[in-house]
Design a protein around this ligand. Structure first.
Ligand SMILES: [Zn+2]
Length: 52
């Protein structure tokens, strides 16, 4: 009976954004550049630090 287990479960981080396919071309890879997650294939910005 510990509360630590529940707390840990709630703090499970969202999946790593760079592991997801690009929103625009569905490809990748996605890389973080200057606080922006950029697709190396189509150069679109998928996400920024502010979104996380
Ligand atoms: Zn792309």
């Amino acid at each position: 009976m510990t509360e630590a287990d529940d707390a840990a479960a709630e703090r499970t981080p969202v999946g790593r954004a760079e592991d997801l396919p690009c929103d625009y071309c569905g490809g990748g890879p996605l890389v973080w550049r200057k606080c922006k997650l950029i697709c190396l294939q189509c150069r679109q910005i998928n996400k920024s630090c502010a979104d996380l």
